[in-house]
Design a protein around this ligand. Structure first.
Ligand code: FAD
Length: 222
């Protein structure tokens, strides 16, 4: 589920960064408190700030979903270094598991806007197409940015309500090799639940990718 906020004047961030969001007077709260870290899913050039989250039955998320439009939240400065490397001669390969798409959503939107010189590959793994956040936007960006390749893969097509003609199964070495000329060379970025991030890092290292070329963002709490 995506949430849109007015961008405070002067609020600055880099694509890929996150921010702590505090609910000020939530209708309910629990022992986990009223603060969560979210990656900013919108791009700096856009007027609004957008966050997206996997809805779960927690007090914070029930509150976020139920507060009226116009509710004021507190947001701290953007933080983190999960941002695109400078050397555009090196391709970027993004590996997203589910809601781990949010930092990449920001990066590829901004790259499209800036006509960035980097080659970008986004591998995006979900169970089913109907629960795949931003899929339409990302498919459209692939059409407008010739340097951007979008590879969505579904791991549970048999239980999907929608037909799916794209890749299936988890992101693995074979899937990467299908789209990348050489697994060694790009800078890899992995975002998602800690178990997914750990699994992808292991797979990359076993495939010969240099650990220095792997950057990760673990969505602790999943
Ligand atoms: C840099 C960063 C970016 C993130 N970006 C997003 C995003 O864009 N979208 C999104 O949906 N989520 C994101 N998350 C995860 C988010 O902050 C929440 O942890 C997550 O949404 C779960 O919240 P919840 O209310 O569902 O569960 P919670 O009520 O928070 O409970 C989840 C369980 O995880 C444990 N837990 C919570 N926080 C931590 C922690 N920091 N370390 C270890 N255990 C913890 C709790 O104790 C609890 O057992 C991000 C996290 C980080 C660190």
């Amino acid at each position: 589920m995506a949430f849109h906020f007015e961008k405070p004047p002067g609020f600055d961030f880099k694509p890929g960064q996150s921010a702590d969001l505090t609910l000020l007077n939530p209708p309910e709260t629990d022992s986990e408190g009223n603060i969560r870290t979210f990656s900013i899913a919108s791009a700096p050039f856009e007027d609004q700030l957008m966050f997206a989250t996997r809805m779960r039955d927690t007090a914070f998320k029930r509150s976020l979903k139920n507060v009226p439009l116009g509710t004021v939240v507190k947001m701290d400065s953007a933080m983190g270094s999960f941002t695109l490397h400078k050397n555009s001669a090196k391709p970027a390969v993004f590996l997203a598991g589910g809601i781990g798409i949010t930092p990449f959503s920001s990066i590829v939107r901004q790259a499209d806007h800036d006509r960035a010189a980097h080659k970008l590959y986004l591998f995006y793994s979900n169970r089913r197409p109907e629960e795949t956040c931003f899929i339409q936007v990302l498919q459209n960006l692939e059409k407008t940015n010739p340097k951007f390749s979008f590879i969505a893969t579904m791991t549970d097509v048999p239980r999907s309500k929608e037909t799916w003609n794209g890749d299936t199964g988890r992101i693995n070495r074979d899937m990467l090799s299908k789209y990348l000329d050489d697994l060694r060379g790009p800078i890899y970025y992995i975002a998602g639940p800690p178990a997914m991030v750990g699994g992808m890092r292991k797979m990359l290292v076993e495939s010969g990718v240099d650990e220095d070329d792997i950057r990760t963002e673990e969505f602790a709490g999943y």
